[in-house]
Design a protein around this ligand. Structure first.
Ligand code: PLP
Ligand code: COI
Length: 364
């Protein structure tokens, strides 16, 4: 467990914060992405000057010129991570340096300024320290952190922006999927694709999510919670979901997940679960899985469990796969391996269990 202490940030606290009682009411049932904390971190980049003016300030609207390049050419990247309330009251972050690293890689892919990882970590640490009162009780959820970067240069020429803002906001997060839904139903998207080789699939950029929304609409229209995307070349191999990675538990206990190869987001939850599964002695296969084979395995019972994993989704069982051709039932209940991996991960994240890999950082 490590703690960061010194900060580059100037901190201006909010003077008219809401009462503790009002906040408690908001935190009782926050849903996802609607109840925001009091402050935000902002750092500015100017070509020739570099990153400057790191500030924590009351959360407020942004002032952007209508010609700001993010509004036209979508130079935007983001991260998703969480602060957890430990039993002793500490605020904990899970592998924040992995988010900082992925953020730099996303910036590189989108030709954006590289934010030093220490500045990313400082921003997140200072914001959570100031807004720790917004972390819900562990039974309710976590404080979801959304670091992001936008291109702010006033210029309509198509080129990398010369100015950026790095911003971190935070919102209380209960379950991403409704609690009593049980295993979720997933739409297998055969029409559109999320990412192709050489594209931006492994970058966490807003455009990838915009491109996924028609499939998400189709999923909803078909009574599904989420979308499973297939590869762009053959529409044969499963890749990932709109906002999470996917894993299968086979009859022999093997944990199987599509390999990273440029079109899939390298999930930090994915990587952590593979590590925890290895710790449990499970066999891991990061290999392509054809959708037709997956259907056959679901129907024959060779596929025992299927789940989604990600920061927002944590570990969410998938009960049924639906497509234009019909339904394939995997299970109506949460599988044993799914439940055990979820528990092991959450116990570490909430500071209830040993942290054998040094993943947790105490905020302070
Ligand atoms: N895949 C996509 C498309 C995502 O948006 C996310 C969520 O961030 C993930 C996978 C899972 O990544 P992580 O576990 O780092 O949250
Ligand atoms: C996350 O899990 O952090 C994501 O970015 C995915 C999205 C569903 C909120």
């Amino acid at each position: 467990m490590s703690t960061t202490r010194e900060t580059a940030f100037t901190i201006t606290p909010k003077t008219d914060a809401i009462s503790a009682a009002e906040r408690a009411a908001l935190l009782a049932n926050p849903g996802f992405g609607r109840v925001f904390s009091d402050h935000m971190a902002v750092v500015t980049y100017t070509e020739g000057k570099g990153w400057h003016t790191p500030e924590i300030m009351p959360r407020q609207p942004l002032m952007l010129d209508p010609a700001a390049s993010v509004l036209h050419y979508a130079q935007e990247i983001f991260e998703g991570m969480k602060a957890y309330r430990a039993p002793n009251g500490d605020a904990l972050l899970f592998r924040p340096e992995a988010n900082a690293r992925r953020f730099r890689k996303s910036a590189e892919r989108m030709a954006m300024a590289q934010l030093p990882e220490e500045l990313f970590l400082d921003a997140v640490n200072q914001l959570v320290k100031l807004d720790a009162g917004w972390i819900p009780d562990p039974e309710v959820g976590t404080l979801y952190l959304r670091p992001f970067m936008i291109a702010t240069e006033t210029a309509l020429g198509v080129k990398p922006s010369a100015e950026y803002k790095f911003i971190v906001i935070a919102c209380a997060a209960g379950d991403y999927f409704s609690k009593d839904a049980g295993p979720v139903t997933v739409w297998v998207e055969e029409r559109t694709v999320r990412a192709s080789r050489g594209g931006t699939g492994e970058a966490k950029c807003g455009g990838n999510y915009a491109a996924s929304l028609t499939a998400q609409q189709e999923a909803k229209a078909n009574g599904c919670h989420q979308v499973l995307f297939l590869d762009a070349n053959e529409r044969k191999w499963i890749e990932e979901m709109g906002g999470m990675n996917v894993m299968a538990v086979m009859e022999d206990g093997t944990l199987k997940t599509p390999p990273l190869g440029g079109t899939i987001l390298p999930g930090i939850t994915r990587d952590s679960l593979l590590t925890l599964a290895r710790d449990k002695g499970m066999t891991i296969k990061e290999e392509p899985y054809a959708i037709e084979q997956l259907y056959a395995d679901a129907d024959s019972g060779r596929l025992r469990e299927l789940f989604a994993c990600g920061t927002a989704a944590v570990v969410t069982p998938i009960g049924t796969l639906k497509s234009a051709e019909g339904d394939h039932l995997i299970s109506g209940q949460t599988g044993e391996v799914t439940a055990s991996l979820r528990k092991t991960l959450c116990d570490i994240q909430f500071g209830r269990a040993e942290d054998p890999h040094g993943w947790m950082h105490r905020v302070g």
